[in-house]
Design a protein around this ligand. Sequence first.
Ligand SMILES: [Cu+2]
Length: 382
Amino acid sequence: MNMDFKKNEFSRRDFIAGIGSGLGGAVSIPILASALGTGSRAVAGPNPSKRAISSQPSAQPLDSRPNDYLPVVTPGIQTLPFEWDGNVKVFKLSAEPVVIQFQDMSDSHGMKRRPIHGWGYNGSIIGPTIEAVEGDIVRVLVENRLSEPTTIHWHGVHLPIEMDGVPGFSQEPIQPGETFVYEFPLIQHGTYFYHPHFMGAKQVGLGMSGFFIVHPRNPEPHQVVDRDFAYFLQTWMVHPGSPIPDTLEMTEFNYFTMNGRPAPDIVPMRAQIGERVRIRVANLSMMTHPIHLHGHTFWITEHGAGFLPQHQHIIANTENISAAEERTFEFIAERKGKWLFHCHFMHHTMNDMHRIPIPGASGHGGHAGHDMGGMRTWIEII
Ligand SMILES: [Cu+2]
């Protein structure tokens, strides 16, 4: 293959000049006051020279301007801070080894944890959530701290081919020690995600993925919520005695995670009675997961490509999410209590399933006694 890509020599000036016309000037529009102006949701001020910042604790405030959107909460996972360079939001990702902890059922009670040696971004599996607004220009500096090349593909995002992250098609792989600069304007909103497109089964299978969420610039009234959560589904095969996920496995998995953790370690959600709650769920495992909410009926408001028109919302309490798909669920928190939110393949709510059941033992191997493992969390409505 004779590909002659220029890494890191992408002309930002030419590119932005090009997209400026393509966006009809949208990149220079001021942050507008949105409909998110009540309660904890802040309204952007009238001064177009100041810009919104992330409200996450990890973010370094660059000015006093509040968000013009309700930030997404990815339970247990950071939202990636950014800095401004002119009118560009600049993010930094480091692809690197990450150790996470899964429940070890060798005592049949699930009290132990075992280290899992995966790969992720910025010390995290899944990687930190990237959040921006339709009309923004984003630049993501991707440093490769792995022992092999990698790239990032921005799944579902409309962008120039040079930014699509597919080695052999749009760029050379990012070699260990190198940094590649991705930069593109956001001309759509929706719940997207990022993942490598180099050695995909291995690198994605080791954990490399994360949310890339783009808020609408001017949300319609029905798109306004009080709580906005996101969970990422992954599956793993970790053989007994090994700390390394087997990424050659095609059909059998023994750990099922939401945001890089299996239950009971998944960070749950909380809302107040009467609030409208949004839960975004992305699946980058190699199987389908029927995701079920207890005690409530939800609307399906997105299929991973921006909010659906209201007349296309579907009511349900369980929805299949297949590989590389995303669904957004919204509902009114109507009843107090801790309501389960889980995959309804019951074997996907177990951990460490290579353990052989112990006759008479309450734990019964991976069944974990009275508790559920795997893809199971809850929302507490107070
Ligand atoms: Cu499942």
